[in-house]
Design a protein around this ligand. Structure first.
Ligand code: BDR
Ligand code: CA
Length: 303
């Protein structure tokens, strides 16, 4: 099984991605780390722990950065609700995050692993930027970084910028400049990664995970229950297990950090206009039917 560390800001589509990371038989989720993004890091950590309790998972959770590297947090409670995972009453429990902050926890797990680990990020890149700054030697143990973030076209937070990159452009820039092997699953594919209204209707009958997700989905505003919901974060997990569903192109990607209107834009040089070495594999196309079939398969494996 492929060892992975998942950095997340749950987040309703994050919750689905976490389910897939736990129950896809090909994956071995070693650690989950939280970051401020969709809501505050207090809330994303509470949500991550609530999910671990829901699934009775032993995966440790480490709490990450409370704010972007240099900017103020602007959240997405308008998409995911006040709590970040609005719509389901999770039970009380006594779980706590690890004592060490996310970037320390990631470094320790990397050092302890005898094989390179895949980092998967489905929130702003703050924790990974801190890791790279504090521990530049960590790169030897990272086989690649697969992210949900960015766009080669339009944005979903500002006209040109996708949310995860727009919240912490400085962190994203550091990651893209790091030399890591990066796979970028941006809006070009995630906007097409829909769960169909027909499938959404079947979810409550599937299992208790399906009932919980269905309850969250009624509050989630990326797409609609009637026309289909966008599973942005789930694309990063799908890429790990089913890379053949994606069409990717090697490109140079720069993150704009200065523009008054364009900060957080991923400038994806599809035509090689800057004549720079590619630093990312950018997903540009998704086999949507294949994606939907895989989602149904994995969620059926959950309790
Ligand atoms: C990204 O923004 C968040 O709201 C989602 O969880 C996803 O990670 C999509 O732009
Ligand atoms: Ca997310």
């Amino acid at each position: 099984r492929m060892p992975i560390i998942l950095d997340t800001d749950p987040g309703i589509d994050d919750a689905v991605a976490i389910a897939a990371a736990l129950f896809a038989p090909q994956l071995d989720l070693k650690l989950m780390t939280t970051v401020a993004g969709n809501v505050s890091v207090e809330k994303t950590t509470r949500n991550a722990l609530a999910l671990m309790e829901f699934w009775q998972s032993d995966t440790p959770v480490a709490k990450g950065a409370a704010t972007p590297l240099v900017r103020k947090l602007r959240d997405a409670a308008y998409v995911h609700g006040e709590s970040g995972m609005e719509g389901y009453a999770f039970v009380e429990h006594a779980r706590r995050p690890l004592a060490e902050p996310a970037f320390e926890a990631i470094y320790q797990r990397l050092q302890a692993s005898d094989e390179p680990v895949t980092l998967v990020t489905i929130g702003p890149l703050t924790n990974i930027a801190l890791l790279l700054t504090q521990y530049p030697d960590c790169k030897d143990k990272i086989s690649r970084l697969v992210m949900m973030g960015g766009s080669a076209g339009r944005g979903n937070f500002t006209p040109n910028a996708e949310f995860n990159i727009a919240i912490d452009p400085e962190a994203a820039a550091r990651v893209f400049e790091s030399g890591l092997d990066i796979v970028m699953c941006g809006l070009d594919v995630t906007n097409t990664a829909l769960l169909s209204p027909e499938y959404l209707q079947q979810l409550p009958g599937l299992n208790k995970t399906g009932r919980m997700l269905h309850a969250l989905f009624s509050h989630y505003r990326s797409g609609s229950m009637a026309t289909g919901l966008r599973m942005h974060d789930l694309c990063a997990i799908a890429f790990l297990v089913k890379p053949e569903l994606f069409r990717v192109q090697n490109c140079f990607v720069a993150v704009e950090t200065h523009g008054e209107y364009t900060a957080g834009t991923t400038v994806v040089d599809l035509e090689g206009r800057y004549a720079r070495e590619p630093n990312a594999r950018v997903a540009l196309g998704l086999d949507v039917a294949g994606f939907q079939a895989w989602v149904a398969e994995v969620l059926a494996l959950a309790p």
